[in-house]
Design a protein around this ligand. Sequence first.
Ligand code: TXA
Ligand code: MG
Length: 324
Amino acid sequence: MTGPRQTKRFSADEAGIAAAAELLRAGKLVALPTETVYGLAADASDDRAVASIYAAKERPSFNPLISHLPDVEAARRQGLFDAPALALAKAFWPGPLTLVVPASNSCTVCSLARAGLDSVALRVPSHPVAHAVLQAAGRPIAAPSANRSGRVSPTQAEHVLVDLDGRIDAVLDAGPTAVGVESSIVACLGGAPRLLRPGGVPRAALEAAIGQALVIVEEGGTAPLAPGLLASHYAPRAAVRLDAEAPRPGEAWLGFGPEPDGGLPALAFNLSPSGDLTEAAANLFAAMRHLDDQRPATIAVAPIPMHGLGEAINDRLRRAAAPR
Ligand code: TXA
Ligand code: MG
């Protein structure tokens, strides 16, 4: 089903957007920019198109996918929103938030994209190019990050091509993404809302919008609510050593804020010399790819504070460091 394909490169202009939407309507695979990371997009209402996402990514097929919509009204046709879900949608859509809600009776997201669940993951992205494609496609668009399973998420069109050239029909290039980590995922399935994945909206901002604390879902429980949260989901080839005070001999260095005394290895990148967590999030995946491409045995990573987007950054780094 995913024999070799000629991967077209579209620029993010009117013609490129129209061509991308047309391919999606025909059941094809297109890598699209969003404000978080590039997504590997397909018609979420078409089981065959969704199956080809799993095949291109070599992703375990039990993972449900996020469906993307152009606006809140379109999202509300797919899912049932309780009061916290509505408050979150109002506060953060369009933007880097995904809501897992019960599927509505009129939900057109196919069961494969939902991995057979009776809930559905919905997101209204803020990227203007994503918005334009979604508008033109006129249907929910499933889009996991556009990387092969187990690789870090792509924040540039070139990263998409490294993993997926010849396996997808097109990539729509709108330059580097702004947020750099994936959307926050909140499940609103009755009862207290649960944070399934920290992401582009800081937890404190989410909690302020609903006026209550989010239940944090720890992975490894018996019922994996967000099965995409495999411990080693964001894996570079190198081993990763977290909370490092300084690089050891032979290690590559991923810094944050002021650099340690004693000099740095040739292979080093600072996520944000000024200690800005938003800048660090935007740089994270590209920096990990850049370092990992030189095949170091180990990447040592400076401590990253836990506030703001630091929670999402540390979550991705812990996964990158997980044994595999
Ligand atoms: O920023 C993002 O969210 C990016 C861009 C492309 O939009 N997309 C993304 O999608 O990260 P993906 O498929 O890589 O992440 C989907 C996550 C997985 O952890 C999955 O298990 C969870 O959402 N998920 C999807 N549907 C769910 C459901 N019904 N219940 C629980 N978790 C669900
Ligand atoms: Mg991913």
